[in-house]
Design a protein. Structure first.
Lengths: 100, 478
């Protein structure tokens, strides 16, 4: 059997890749994909721990998370389409009307 | 624990069921009859019904409905506060959206869904209800922030809020997974017991990640970067909603989640929250001094107010729940009042967010200027307003637990804060304002502002009955 620590390492690596992606990429679609990566890293953790602890809570929770992520992506894509129509660009560093 | 829902459990869930039903009814209402006034009336009826149902809800300290929510007096108080704030926001939104074109009706659907998410947060006692509540609230707020599709600022604010809120949700989720790994349960009560004992590395890391995520939602330093941009870009009533309902609900959750834990003086959690509170007070107030845009000033001011509120989380003793409950009520009334004035002064093309929009307001609209002045003085914490009593309670709670550093920082910052509130008030009473056309203020807008002003004066001058009510409600909580 694969030891639990491997799952934790895998999910921590995926989460870190996600955080670095959000911070460093310009294209807003890639940023969204990085956020999905972070959510799915947490999902791997939840399922692995659920199996390890022999409790179903984590797996049921994962289904909630997948559902919520889908809803979030739908709203996010709608707003980004709106932005690219208004602005003609999907690059995060060009969103600079608001600043103090 | 029992997982089935009994009839009495359903009765306890009544406010949540009514909010869900109200959102459905409004959605169907829009499908059959697209009419702004009709939709607003449906929404207000739903909120009033939800608030009214609180009278019949059987609150009890152990009224768990499954393991997910706890409908006790603590939850009941925050539900009432959230519904009342949403009611005021809807009244203000009506006058704001009436002068805008386009599809206005779906706005209210999003408001109702956001209130539902906030209500779930106020009663959550389990990671599942915590996560679902925060996501229902956030996803509705993405839509609300970007609601004015033709304004570039609004859409840009929506995208910024979207990315940062989604990232913070991911942090919270990852933290939840780690806490679950060590505790083996997602119930707040069991996590609190485990966190009190010597917790391991996974539990500690998980809690820190959850604090980071919640810090984003509460907009405390150093997770506050989105706040000024979103406050400036979002439509004025939505800004009021984010500042009150969203932050209030998350703070209620923070009180519930971390309140059960043993936050000892000198412990790691105590240190983290102290640093966050002190940094929020100082950064919020000092950065507010440099702003020219009224909405940005209020954004930084709200950062410092959450910093003040964190004192109640760190204080010990029964007084802290009373202090946070009263402070949030006063903060809700005042913030809604200030943004209410911004809302009614906004025009079709832009929100009234420049300092110049307020220059000489007192000579053009004396009543409105009076309301605005009273609200700003309350934010600053001047006696005879709600803000003073609220701050007095915070200081009392802090001194009661000997949190001298926090109390001193709080008092110093109240003095700094006074400066930028007085600068806005100075502009309101300056003599060199433009003559400006006197546009009539809508009935719903003035009704909401009138109600908020009365509440402000009542809480400030005669707070006794309200304090007694809070005392009796919070006595049974925890």
């Amino acid at each position: 059997m694969i030891p639990l620590s491997w799952y934790i390492m895998l999910s921590a690596a995926l989460f870190t890749i996600g955080v670095v992606g959000v911070l460093s990429r310009r294209n807003i679609f890639i940023i969204l994909m990085s956020i999905e990566l972070m959510l799915n890293a947490a999902n791997i953790n939840l399922v692995a721990f659920s199996h390890y602890l022999q409790s179903l809570t984590g797996q049921i929770f994962t289904i909630f998370v997948i559902t919520v992520a889908a809803a979030e992506a739908a709203v996010a894509l709608a707003i980004i389409i709106l932005l690219s129509r208004n602005r003609g660009s999907v690059y995060a560093d060009e969103f600079n009307i608001l600043k103090g | 624990m029992n997982t089935a829902i009994s009839i009495s459990g359903l009765k306890a869930l009544l406010p949540f069921l009514i909010m869900t039903a109200a959102a459905m009814v409004v959605m169907l209402g829009i499908a059959f009859r697209r009419d702004h006034r009709f939709t607003v009336l449906l929404t207000l009826a739903g909120l009033a019904l939800g608030g009214g149902s609180l009278v019949f809800t059987p609150f009890a300290p152990d009224r768990y409905v499954t393991t997910l929510v706890l409908v006790d007096a603590f939850a009941g108080y925050y539900l009432a506060l959230l519904f009342a704030a949403a009611f005021a926001v809807v009244c203000l939104s009506y006058s704001y959206l009436e002068i805008q074109g386009g599809h206005r009706e779906e706005y209210y659907l999003l408001v109702l869904l956001a209130v539902l998410g906030a209500a779930v947060l106020a009663a959550a006692t389990h990671f599942a209800s915590f996560f679902l509540g925060i996501e229902i609230l956030s996803v509705s707020l993405y839509g609300l922030t970007a609601y004015q599709r033709h304004r570039d600022q609004s859409v840009e604010a929506g995208v910024k809020y979207l990315i940062l809120a989604a990232v913070s949700s991911a942090f919270i989720l990852f933290g939840m997974a780690l806490v679950y790994a060590e505790v083996g349960s997602m119930e707040f009560a069991r996590i609190a017991i485990r966190a009190g004992a010597a917790g391991g590395a996974l539990l500690g890391t998980g809690l820190v990640l959850i604090i980071v995520g919640l810090g984003f939602k509460l907009a405390v330093v150093p997770f506050h970067l989105w706040t000024p941009d979103v406050y400036e870009g979002a439509p004025a009533p939505v800004t009021a909603f984010i500042a009150t309902v969203s932050k209030g609900a998350v703070f209620a959750l923070v009180l519930r989640f971390f309140g059960n834990m043993d936050i000892r003086v000198g412990g790691a959690l105590f240190l983290i929250f102290t640093i966050i509170a002190v940094a929020s007070m100082f950064f919020g107030n000092l950065l507010a001094l440099m702003q020219q845009n009224v909405k940005r000033v209020l954004a930084y001011s709200s950062i410092s107010h959450i910093g003040y509120l964190l004192v109640t989380l760190l204080a010990a003793g029964p007084l802290r729940l009373n202090a946070s409950a009263f402070y949030l009520a006063a903060y809700f009334v005042t913030t809604l009042g200030v943004f209410g004035v911004v809302t009614v002064l906004s025009t079709r093309d832009r929100d009234a967010d420049k300092l110049d929009d307020y220059r000489g307001l007192a000579w053009r609209r004396p009543w409105l200027a009076g309301v605005f002045t009273a609200m700003l003085l309350s934010l600053a914490g001047i006696p005879l307003t709600a803000g003073f009593i609220a701050k007095f309670y915070l200081v009392a709670a802090g001194i009661g637990s000997a949190l001298w550093l926090l109390v001193i920082v709080l008092i110093v910052n109240s003095a700094i804060g006074l400066f930028y509130y007085l600068r806005i008030i100075g502009a309101v009473y300056s003599m060199d304002g433009p003559p400006g056309p006197s546009m009539p203020i809508s009935l719903s807008g003035s009704a909401a502002l009138g109600g908020l002003t009365l509440a402000l004066l009542w809480l400030g001058i005669y707070p006794g009955p309200f304090l007694a009510l809070i005392g009796s409600l919070m006595q049974t909580a925890h």
